[in-house]
Design a protein. Structure first.
Length: 406
């Protein structure tokens, strides 16, 4: 018999706050976490905005690796901070039975760029011995395991912007199969650095809008690209019987997951493959499209990507008697790459708790071909039982996750 996988712990840090409640309040208030870039001088770029984390909020309690934590890249520190919060929220204390599954896309890119510049400007002897350990993608999962004494399987997923969602799915499968009793899982990203901007500007992927209150604009017909965001969202996933036996608070249940390959070229999204991915996740959850109340979309404000996703939603729900409401949080939080899926999971759990769909801010009007898609423009109180979460990455990596009320 397949085992049930529930969420018993949650930790979040992003531009809207340092926990899930702050994130939720910001979303419902329609607040944007996007502002001018402060981590470097952006004047040479057309895109000068970001959704940056307030580092004064990322404070660690006494514990192992305090010295090393201060020398880690941002994505490591944010992932560890969120994991500390998730484990505290869960109250679980059986490290040997757990595992760590974390999604990371570009890892320590800021540390790489800074390290190269320092070497060339000051010489090789000025390179820190912490440079390599601070930036390798696995270090976020490794620091979580080492700090908390977790001795089970440690997995880092590098599936571009689907990484975090894939990591959650891998952890879910491990618990379902009986290989793990519980796991820490999620994703983290922090790549606000010049090379990120020059690379994405060369692809014409970043919004050039001058007013951060008006960009990015997911689903809007005037959308012109994404805004770089920083975030980490990490969860404790647990076998239901184990969670109930120890009296844990259950935030929600992961009931379906699917991932597939297929894109439009190496960077575009394919509506056909996204449709199949969503359908496979519903099949895994033993559900029909009618059962989904809300879709938490990838929707970043990219012209081609947003359109492909809406086309896929239309196709996946074409025969449904009741259509889901669709929303995107990217107008609030920016585009957090590997953390996109986990951030959507955090918000979907809050939506299930409060029975409210958060709004897609900065949306005035969609293309006429999507007029039949129900996109939330204001906070909407409604009955929510199940949500579908999407995350897609360069290279045609697609992932969808179904989360249900506990």
């Amino acid at each position: 018999m397949q085992r049930s996988v529930v969420v018993t712990g949650m930790g979040v840090v992003c531009s809207l706050g340092a926990d899930a409640d702050e994130l939720w309040k910001g979303l419902i208030a329609g607040r944007s976490g996007i502002g001018p870039v402060t981590r470097f001088d952006p004047d040479r770029f057309r895109s000068r905005h970001a959704a940056e984390i307030d580092d004064t909020r990322v404070v660690f309690e006494p514990g192992p690796l305090r010295f090393e934590i201060r020398r880690m890249s941002g994505f490591v520190r944010y992932a560890l901070f969120a994991a500390d919060r998730a484990l505290k929220d869960s109250g679980i204390a059986e490290p040997r039975a757990g595992g760590v599954y974390l999604g990371v896309a570009m890892g320590g890119l800021p540390s790489i760029e800074a390290g190269v510049l320092k070497q060339e400007q000051e010489g090789t002897r000025k390179t820190s011995p912490f440079l390599i350990p601070s930036l390798i993608p696995n270090m976020a999962a490794s620091m979580i395991a080492l700090r908390h004494g977790i001795e089970g399987e440690q997995v880092t997923v590098a599936g571009a912007c689907a990484s975090g969602c894939q990591a959650l799915g891998q952890a879910m499968r491990a618990i379902r199969s009986g290989a793990r009793t519980w796991a820490v899982a999620g994703g983290a990203e922090a790549v606000t650095t010049p090379i990120t901007y020059s690379g994405f500007e060369a692809m014409r992927a970043l919004s050039r809008h001058e007013d951060p209150e008006l960009t990015p604009r997911p689903f809007d017909e005037q959308r012109d690209g994404m805004v770089v965001g920083e975030a980490a969202a990490v969860f404790v996933l647990e076998e239901r019987g184990h969670a109930e036996a120890r009296g844990a608070v259950i935030h929600g249940e992961l009931t379906g997951f699917a991932s597939n390959s297929g894109g439009q070229g190496i960077t575009g999204l394919s509506s056909r493959h996204i449709t199949r991915c969503m359908a496979d996740a519903l099949t895994d959850a033993a559900l029909t499209p009618d059962a989904i109340d809300c879709v938490f979309a990838q929707a970043s404000g990219m012209v081609q990507g947003d359109a492909a996703e809406l086309e896929a939603v239309q196709a996946a729900t074409a025969d449904a008697r009741r259509k889901p409401v669709v929303t995107s949080i990217k107008g609030h939080t920016g585009y957090a790459f590997a953390a996109n899926g986990p951030m959507n999971l955090a918000v979907s759990l809050m939506a299930l708790r409060h029975q409210t769909v958060p709004p897609t801010v900065k949306l005035d009007r969609t293309e006429l071909s999507f007029a039949d898609v129900d996109i939330a423009r204001e906070p909407r109180g409604t009955g929510i039982r199940r949500c579908l979460i999407n995350a897609f990455g360069f290279g045609g990596i697609n992932a969808s996750l179904v989360v249900s009320r506990p």
